[in-house]
Design a protein around this ligand. Sequence first.
Ligand SMILES: Nc1nc2c(ncn2[C@@H]2O[C@H](COP(=O)(O)OP(=O)(O)O)[C@@H](O)[C@H]2O)c(=O)[nH]1
Ligand SMILES: [Mg+2]
Length: 459
Amino acid sequence: MKTDTIAAIATAMGRGGIGIIRISGDEAFNIIDRIYRPKSGKKQLSKKKSHTIHYGFIADGEEIIDEVMVSIMKAPNTYTREDVAEINCHGGITVTRKILELVLRNGARLAEPGEFTKRAFLNGRIDLSQAEAVCDIINAGNEIALKNSLKQLRGQELEIIKGLRDNLLRDTAYIEAAIDDPEHISLDGFSRELHEHVEKYCKIIERLITGSRSGKLIKEGIKTVILGKPNVGKSSLMNLLVREDRAIVTDIAGTTRDTLEETIVLENNITLKIIDTAGIRKTDDAVEKIGIEKAVRMAREADLVIYVLDSSTPIDENDESILSLIEDKKAILLLNKSDLEPRITMDDIRKKTNHPIISTSFTERKGVDELEKMIMEMFFQENITQSEEIFITSERHVEAFKNALEALNMVKESIEGGMPEDLYTIDLMNAYEELGRIIGENAGEDLINMIFAEFCMGK
Ligand SMILES: Nc1nc2c(ncn2[C@@H]2O[C@H](COP(=O)(O)OP(=O)(O)O)[C@@H](O)[C@H]2O)c(=O)[nH]1
Ligand SMILES: [Mg+2]
């Protein structure tokens, strides 16, 4: 199949040591031959061995544009499975743009975002789940997310899906063969066997769906809201976690009038999308009121509420209203200012809530490590840093797994209800197709375009 040749700047747009212009397609080497001047010798790069790199210059006619290294990678062992050339030039915006323009003038077309990876998928080098993993690796906000995406890129999810699909196909083929040739192939006792098989497939899929909750939190971060009355230390906590003075800390109650959001990666590689809020108290100040309402709304939507109390001031009706607000939420209470004379004790608070409580002093940086550890334990049962398991992070995949599970549950129901065997095969094949969606089998153009549109230029 003849496709056009695409090119793009693959490195980030900005000043840097190196800039890379990537070219892929049938014309890649011809284009290079037109614009490359070797330091010595005359041999065209298209004649060189695959997977070699060459020192020389890029020139527009007589004008030398930059000193470069050009790598030559011949199909099919390349990122796209097409001929690929990469020009490594000096990493400046002007020079990379100028070389790209020259490449485009010499026969390439500007690549769309993700088009190189799209070609890798369309040419069968990777499946859709691996293509998505490429995007996730680039966007990974912490090391656990990175490790997980790498598992996906290396085909860990793909292997599970392939295994399930092979089995589904085998079960279906057996039933169909038996229906066609009842004299030689017997279905006696097969429903019981099939029921066992399906049960096993369901367990695998259920585990993936359960793990996807962790997957989402690993990838997107835990939506965390800091709540509390004015002046208890909310902004101080935010600053401690962010490790820089972002939120304004003052001793005038009501300083944080709006919310402030930060994405932070904790020491243990957990990402928090954390929001510092206005202190919650009864007030007549219109602006402050808006801030408080917003804080309450944010708390309702949060995965986690960190409720900060000042242990040196007694509990009042404002605390009571916060406690009732977070009653059904995942929450951690911090009894702060433990360095001051206490007016509230752990026991006082324990009588009022079932949420875990930690004694802290933000001025002395006490209790923060314990808080980080507790968040980890609260959201991730197993040790995700060391886990070899893959956590599904894509909503699209979860949806397909759920549909496959539903189809398999229908098979179980049909077996339990003593329905005829040919009925099972419809649902078995439905599950097969749903799993196929994840890896991009029969994927429509819309879906493919949607997925690759999320990519960066040059990837
Ligand atoms: N003694 C003491 N003061 C603290 C502690 N944490 C915060 N503060 C002080 O309490 C005041 C209010 O802190 P801030 O973080 O602005 O509270 P917010 O209104 O809840 O955001 C500031 O003067 C902080 O320095 C603590 O653990 N001990
Ligand atoms: Mg504040």
